[in-house]
Design a protein around this ligand. Structure first.
Ligand SMILES: *[C@@H]1O[C@H](CO)[C@@H](O)[C@H](O)[C@H]1NC(C)=O
Ligand SMILES: *[C@@H]1O[C@H](CO)[C@@H](O)[C@H](O)[C@H]1NC(C)=O
Length: 349
């Protein structure tokens, strides 16, 4: 059990607008960038009259574009690219195993997933409540090198499904291929406004359109950007980093990014599902709208009310095996603001 706390996070001095790189000889892969920072300016009042509900805005029009959502049972296939320690893998495996673990202690990761289940396709089918950890693949020696481009990430998936020994299953219906790069691997745009992204593979490269996400361990490259608030960027002097619940700054930081990307993949796997904004190559998805919001009152530079463990770590939800995580909230299409299981009015959801 933890006690409820709130902490104010200073506003980064400078917000760089998302950067999208055109790839000359290939179709553009939209960045769908994520950095877990608070975005809009605020002077830190917890309940501002103009923003009573987290992230609420009359200007957000989350729209369905008639494409599929992941309404069949979902299987996540991690691809461990580079050098991963066993305890690091366990944190991420436990997080994924927590999505469909209804008996976890409240507030839980499986309650957090209920916000995603509110989204439907044109047949009225909701997103599946079954999310399982599937087969895994190791690419310890970095078969495509320690610098990947957006496009070469797809070649990592191709290698994993074509491997002569224990290839990953090909599952276009409910599969999510999760490429996790270790802290010594650089992926195009990493740290430069991007901590993770999702897309689907090109049949011309991989043979199938498979939804996938990439998330990198930022610990040695830009923890202050991508593992915030467990690390603080140097331009915010005097702010103390929060203690991560599993004790691993890089991996605890990745977990919220993984949650963000999987939630968006489920609602927008082929880029024609749920998003806001008029431009399909720059979609604003259900995680993007709630970046930096982890609890009641969150918004602007305030992360919202979270909990503190007896060890001093900060978290907002529980998972399997007594794990604790700090996971950002998601856009709720029914009430039109960001919601999460640790909300003080969770029973209304
Ligand atoms: C900060 O909040 C106070 C009280 O709500 C308000 O009067 C003031 O104008 C705000 N300042 C800025 C810079 O928004
Ligand atoms: C399915 O989605 C609808 C529309 O958002 C919602 O009212 C309903 O509660 C959802 N069902 C489940 C099981 O989440």
């Amino acid at each position: 059990m933890g006690r409820i706390t709130g902490s104010f996070l200073p506003q980064p001095l400078q917000i760089i607008s998302p950067l999208f790189i055109l790839i000359a000889t290939f179709p553009t892969i939209p960045a769908l960038p994520l950095r877990p920072w608070p975005h809009s300016p605020s002077n830190g009042s917890i309940f501002r009259d103009s923003n009573k509900y987290e992230g609420s805005s009359e200007f957000v029009h989350m729209k369905y574009h008639m494409g599929p959502v992941l309404s069949s049972p979902i299987t996540v296939y991690p691809i461990w690219y580079g050098n991963w320690q066993r305890p690091q893998k366990k944190i991420i495996r436990d997080f994924i195993s927590s999505f469909s673990a209804p008996r976890s202690t409240h507030p839980s990761v499986s309650q957090w997933w209920r916000t995603v289940q509110l989204y439907t396709d044109q047949t009225g089918a909701n997103i599946s409540n079954s999310v399982f950890l599937g087969a895994e693949k190791n690419d310890r020696l970095c078969s495509l090198g320690k610098r990947l481009t957006r496009l070469s990430v797809q070649s990592v998936i191709r290698a994993a499904i074509r491997s002569p020994s224990n290839p990953l299953p090909i599952n276009p219906k409910g599969g999510i291929y999760l490429i996790l790069t270790s802290d010594d691997v650089y992926v195009q745009d990493f740290c430069n406004n991007v901590c993770g992204f999702h897309y689907f593979t090109y049949p011309s490269i991989v043979g199938f359109a498979l939804p996938y996400a990439w998330v990198g361990n930022s610990e040695r490259q830009c923890a202050g950007t991508c593992a915030y608030p467990f690390a603080v960027p140097s331009y915010i002097p005097g702010m103390k980093a929060l203690k991560p619940p599993s004790g691993d700054v890089g991996v605890d930081g990745m977990v919220s990014v993984i949650g963000h990307e999987i939630a968006e993949l489920a609602t927008n796997p082929l880029m024609n599902g749920w998003y806001a904004g008029e431009d399909p190559s720059f979609p604003v998805e259900i995680g993007d709208l709630c970046e930096g919001i982890y609890g009641t009152g969150g918004g602007g530079s305030y992360m919202g009310q979270t909990m503190k463990g007896e060890d001093g770590s900060t978290f907002n939800m529980n998972g399997v095996r007594k794990r604790r995580f700090l996971i950002q909230w998601l856009w709720n299409p029914v009430v039109s603001y960001c919601t999460g299981p640790n909300s003080l009015d969770y029973h209304h959801l």
